[in-house]
Design a protein around this ligand. Structure first.
Ligand code: HEM
Length: 158
């Protein structure tokens, strides 16, 4: 079963963290340089509308497979090494940040775009940009902890 859980877990985090990296580091600077607010904000509302459902799918898979491995294979909170606790904690922070983005600034961005209120939309986009930047960084750190943890002595104590 680890042969199924680990690939699902890793594919889900690659889609999520890779998507954030592309949006923040590649699409954002080009959109900011080339598009005026109406086109830029409409683009982002559409891009998030396509990306965020995948993030929800990723969260269900990451949490489902991660907790399954933690409890069915590693012996729960007590039996799991420190890097697994760290991965779990960082993952929960990422999920909380995403849910905040989804239910607060993203919801307001959609409203602003529908009302063609570009200054209001710009404020929400700035908020999302900052939070996605933070989540990309936490995501990369969590990937390092999750993939390297078992080889790093300081993280392997149970
Ligand atoms: C939030 C709840 C999470 C739980 C409970 C969890 C739990 C686990 C467990 C038990 C493993 C297996 C460890 C091993 O075989 O040594 C694992 C592997 C892994 N996890 Fe997580 N994880 C979570 C979230 C995340 C997140 C958010 C990321 C990345 C952003 C991540 C990245 C990884 C990676 C890269 C592996 C390594 C797979 C391998 O090399 O075999 N995990 N996770």
């Amino acid at each position: 079963m680890m042969g199924i859980a680990v690939p699902l877990h890793v594919i889900a985090v690659v889609v999520w963290v890779g998507g954030m990296f592309f949006a923040h580091q590649c699409l954002r600077p080009v959109a900011a340089a080339q598009l005026e607010p109406p086109a830029r904000l409409t683009l982002w509302a559409g891009v998030f509308g396509r990306f965020f459902p995948w993030v929800w799918v990723s969260i269900v898979l990451v949490l489902g497979t991660g907790l399954w491995m933690m409890f069915a294979v590693f012996g729960g909170f007590k039996g799991s090494a420190m890097y697994i606790h760290a991965m779990f904690g960082l993952g929960l922070v990422m999920m909380a940040i995403f849910m905040h983005v989804f239910f607060a600034p993203y919801k307001r961005l959609k409203k602003a775009v529908a009302a063609q209120d570009w200054p209001a939309g710009g404020k929400q986009l700035a908020q999302i940009r900052m939070l996605v930047g933070i989540n990309t960084l936490i995501g990369l750190i969590t990937l390092a902890v999750g993939s390297g943890g078992r080889y790093l002595a300081m993280l392997t104590a149970g």
